[in-house]
Design a binder for this molecule. Structure first.
Ligand code: AMP
Length: 397
């Protein structure tokens, strides 16, 4: 029976996967896992749906280190646990859909050509999203593949929120415009919001996706109208190792006066900045909270202050908002960050319930006081489920 649905989220050094059962209602998670350190020391972990660890091992050192080897290994392991059941659909996360893709698409040779044209827009991500599509086409020929885009959720933003004040032709001819990312996460939040808060789902919501990569989005009736991320996943909030927004003049200064080349600047902006750059300690919020040094506190305070300022900016785009949603690693687990953000947004009408904020749970929950003008929620995101749902809908249509 071809009743399994495989979701793949591939990066430069890791491949995450989730295997779903394609049940008539919603896809149901069976297994999830990842191959990390693909080109250094490939390490494979897998869990079942209850989070029980089933595998935690290095790949044999003699195997070639590649995405191909990793995907073969994942498929071989899945074969052992699924006892002859077959994968009927494969869904891939693709970071950039450009102006060409604003919804999930069935993979065809033409689609792959179009995806390759988008590589210059996301050179650090797009190639690693495309590679597994080609490999899976060879390993499981005939199994339909669907691509789901992180930019798609934002494609309906008003033009004003998609533009930079560059010569207009650069937007038209070169696609230099604000796309927004983390769309699969926002899509998930938009899909569950109606069951959690009808008023917010029909009204105005600010979602803070705070993780290793962080962004925020303004949702009007669950549709994205503004986002902190733009042309690349570098704009907006500071992140684990990324700067977030900086004056473009800094880049010119780095070139003209510090004589840095493009690769050095790319490394600086993407890999040495953000929480890591400010703290000098770590890109990981937990490490900074545990560290207690002045620089760690500075990094956390900077992060919080930018979340607050972006929330106010998105509030302006929405003319106020009814709900604030925290999601992703820091948003879901970082109670201290949430508390600081909410305290600094008190002037806007946010009244946090400090006891509720401290509760640890994997479930969606309200963390604002009953009379808070703006309702605040923690909603665990589920990008894989969005890909699974979209992939099967795409095949069905
Ligand atoms: P993500 O990219 O969504 O997996 O999020 C990763 C980020 O979430 C890292 O900065 C982690 O330190 C952070 N994180 C995870 N758990 C906690 C926690 N309990 N408190 C604060 N930050 C956390």
């Amino acid at each position: 029976m071809n009743d399994l649905l495989l979701v793949i989220n591939a990066g430069s050094s890791s491949i995450k996967f989730s295997l779903f059962e394609n049940t008539p209602s919603d896809p149901t998670l069976l297994y999830k896992g990842q191959m990390e350190g693909i080109y250094v020391t490939p390490h494979f972990t897998a869990k079942d749906a209850s989070d029980k660890k089933l595998v935690d091992e290095d790949l044999p050192a003699e195997l070639p280190k590649s995405h191909d080897t990793s995907l073969r290994h994942i498929l071989k392991w899945l074969d052992t646990v699924t006892a002859g059941r077959k994968i009927g659909v494969i869904g891939h996360r693709v970071v950039h859909g450009g102006t060409r893709f604003s919804k999930p698409e069935l993979v065809t040779p033409e689609v792959i050509v179009e995806l390759e044209k988008l590589i210059p827009l996301a050179p650090l991500h797009e190639p690693h999203n495309i590679t597994p599509i080609k490999i899976m086409g060879e390993l499981l020929p005939g199994v339909p593949q669907v691509v789901c885009f992180d930019t798609a959720f934002h494609s309906g933003q008003p033009e004003l929120n998609q533009l930079y004040a560059l010569p207009y032709e650069l937007s038209l001819k070169e696609g230099i415009r604000r796309y927004g990312f983390h769309g699969l996460s926002y899509e998930y939040i938009a899909s569950v919001l109606p069951q959690i808060d009808t008023k917010a789902a029909e009204g105005r919501t600010v979602v803070a996706h705070l993780g290793n990569g962080s962004s925020m989005a303004a949702l009007l009736a669950c549709k994205g109208i503004a986002s902190t991320m733009g042309f690349t996943a570098l704009e907006g909030l500071p992140m684990g190792t990324r700067t977030g927004s900086i004056d473009a003049g800094v880049v010119l200064h780095l070139i003209n006066h510090l004589k840095m080349d493009a690769k050095q600047i790319e490394d600086l902006l993407y890999k040495q900045s953000g929480l890591l750059g400010l703290s000098g300690i770590s890109s990981d919020m937990r490490d900074l909270e545990d560290s207690g040094t002045v620089r760690a506190k500075l990094a956390i305070d900077y992060f919080v202050s930018k979340v607050v300022r972006e929330a106010a900016s998105l509030a302006a785009a929405l003319e106020g908002f009814d709900a604030l949603v925290f999601t992703a690693g820091i948003g879901e687990n970082g109670a201290d960050v949430r508390l600081d953000v909410c305290r600094q947004l008190r002037w806007l009408g946010v009244e946090i319930d400090e006891a509720a904020n401290k509760v640890r749970s994997g479930e969606p929950r309200r963390i604002s006081l009953p009379d808070s003008k703006i309702a605040v929620y923690v909603i665990p995101t589920n990008e894989e489920l969005v890909i699974a749902r979209a992939s099967r809908a795409c095949i069905a249509s």
